[in-house]
Design a protein around this ligand. Structure first.
Ligand code: ADP
Length: 490
């Protein structure tokens, strides 16, 4: 690609600049810029897909469905295994591309590549185990048989915070189930998606099975992907507000839908917790990806008797985090995705201080640049302040005191969200009581990082529905068909 920055990527073919549809790269169109959030510089110009291009992608996926769904599961698994191997072989380049467009520190970006690839490996195996069923029939002349079949063409829209893994998690389950797939990645981070497509092609995934549409007309392309009659299932990761709009659009053709939406994760530290472990767990869960994940700790609830000790240790640990360009060694927190994101976080912090919160650390833009925000700790926070009531999506830790176990549970559940929750305790009775009462899809107990390919990721309430990863994750891409075999009188 002449005139474009090579970004220090070894395998230049991984740097693609157009949509990948039916095994081909689009060659014409207008362009939009992808920029580096660490310094605002343009990384690359990408051809801007329009609504017609999105329709072509759906058509390609529809045409590829018959062949892919009829390919034996072990053959599909071999191709997916190739894809996994290639992603891991190119982990360094893929991580570098990811950091350039998204900002997270390089070590975290490479971690995301391994995490995303793990879903492809895991579902490649699990796709061989899509078992049907036979059920005892109410009469001797009948047999009841249950088949599980791919739902069909799957469309998805993914966010910028995990440009590789949010696609891999969906595509892996879809392809393993025998579905074909179209994704529209976030405009801020299309390069990771396109690099995945390049590797899918090298892996031998047939044309039309995995398609990527990059275009900045989110609404227009979104309408195609939520309303096209040839799409059987729509899956989305993003904000609850956008998810609600997309669910209603999917209603017009009664699509099967799964949604990974926003969160407001409580992180509860009880008086019997290992405080040092809790501090470490909270730091990791809060500050990774600059606080921009839907399972990031949003509120830290600490029992009154250990409040001072925890707060002191936690604030000291947060103060040690290094902020800077994610490509630099030793950086813990990279830029946020945009200046607007920094402003939103700053608003939440200032409004909460005005409402009585105490600023213990940070509280302003970081000198590294306009997209950077200081690791921030607020104390004397109450559950109704803006930083606690809203999803922060930034490196800010509100600390809320509580007296009794029941108070912590009530506060934790007092939100429309229900994605991830965390708590630290050692009393086994308390661990069961609290785990069972938290209204969340996922609960980390003495653990701040919970997601992996073998586990069911997903939320309840307005955090969404459906699960990604694990044996349950395949169900979202399968239809159950009941066969009644009659006329069998002996
Ligand atoms: P964020 O504001 O953090 O980007 P969103 O939920 O708005 O979170 O975005 C998640 C994904 O959804 C992105 O790829 C974005 O481009 C896309 N998106 C946003 N609004 C719409 C819409 N109305 N229709 C279709 N896609 C949308």
């Amino acid at each position: 690609m002449s005139g474009q920055n090579n970004l220090g990527v070894n395998d230049q073919q991984l740097l693609r600049n157009s949509s990948y549809i039916n095994g081909s790269w689009q060659s014409a169109g207008t362009y939009f810029s992808v920029t580096n959030p660490a310094n605002g510089t343009q990384l690359i110009q990408v051809i801007n897909a329009d609504i017609e291009t999105a329709e072509l992608a759906v058509e390609a996926a529809k045409n590829a469905l018959a062949l892919w769904s009829a390919t034996p599961a072990n053959e599909r698994a071999k191709l997916m295994r190739n894809w996994f191997d290639l992603m891991m072989a190119h982990q360094d380049d893929l991580g570098r591309i990811l950091t350039f467009e998204q900002g997270k520190p390089l070590a975290e970006a490479k971690g995301e590549i391994a995490y995303g690839a793990a879903f492809i490996e895991w579902f490649a195996e699990e796709g061989k185990r899509v078992y049907g069923d036979t059920i005892p029939a109410p009469a001797n002349d009948k047999r009841i048989i249950v088949l599980k079949q791919p739902v069909g063409v799957v469309a998805s829209i993914t966010p910028w915070n995990f440009p590789n893994a949010m696609i891999a998690r969906k595509a892996a389950a879809a392809l393993a189930a025998g579905c074909t797939f179209v994704v529209r990645p976030a405009t801020q981070t299309p390069l990771s998606a396109l690099a995945m497509a390049e590797l899918a092609e090298r892996a031998g995934i047939p044309a039309g099975v995995f398609n990527v549409v990059v275009g900045d007309d989110a609404k227009g392309i979104g309408k195609v992907l939520t309303q096209h009659p040839d799409i059987a299932k729509f899956t989305f990761t993003g904000s609850t507000a956008t998810g609600k709009k997309l669910i209603s659009q999917c209603a017009t053709t009664v699509k099967k839908v799964s949604m990974e939406l926003g969160g407001n994760a409580p992180f509860i530290v009880f008086d019997d917790a290992d405080i040092d472990a809790a501090v470490q767990g909270a730091i990791t869960s809060k500050y990774r990806n600059a606080g921009q994940t839907c399972v990031c700790t949003n509120r830290i609830l600490v029992q009154q008797s250990i409040l001072d000790t925890f707060t002191k240790k936690f604030t000291e640990a947060a103060a040690k985090l290094t902020v800077g360009d994610g490509q630099l060694a030793g950086v813990d927190i990279g830029p946020m995705i945009s200046k607007a994101a920094v402003n939103d976080v700053q608003q939440l912090v200032q409004k909460s201080i005005a409402a009585g919160a105490n600023l213990a650390l940070g509280g302003a833009q970081h000198q590294a640049g306009e997209c950077f925000y200081q690791p921030t700790v607020l104390t004397q926070v109450t559950n109704d302040m803006p930083v606690a009531a809203n999803e922060i999506f930034g490196p800010v830790s509100p600390i809320i005191a509580f007296k009794q176990e029941a108070d912590a549970i009530a506060m934790a559940n007092d939100t429309e969200y229900g994605l991830a929750a965390y708590f630290y305790a050692r009393d086994i009775g308390r661990i069961w009581r609290v785990a069972e009462q938290l209204n969340y899809g996922m609960v980390g107990i003495n653990e701040g990082i919970i997601s992996n390919a073998a586990a069911p990721f997903g939320g309840v309430k307005q955090s969404g529905n459906g699960r990604e990863g694990s044996k349950y994750g395949l169900d979202d891409y399968l239809e159950i068909k009941y066969l009644c075999l009659g006329g069998l009188d002996r």
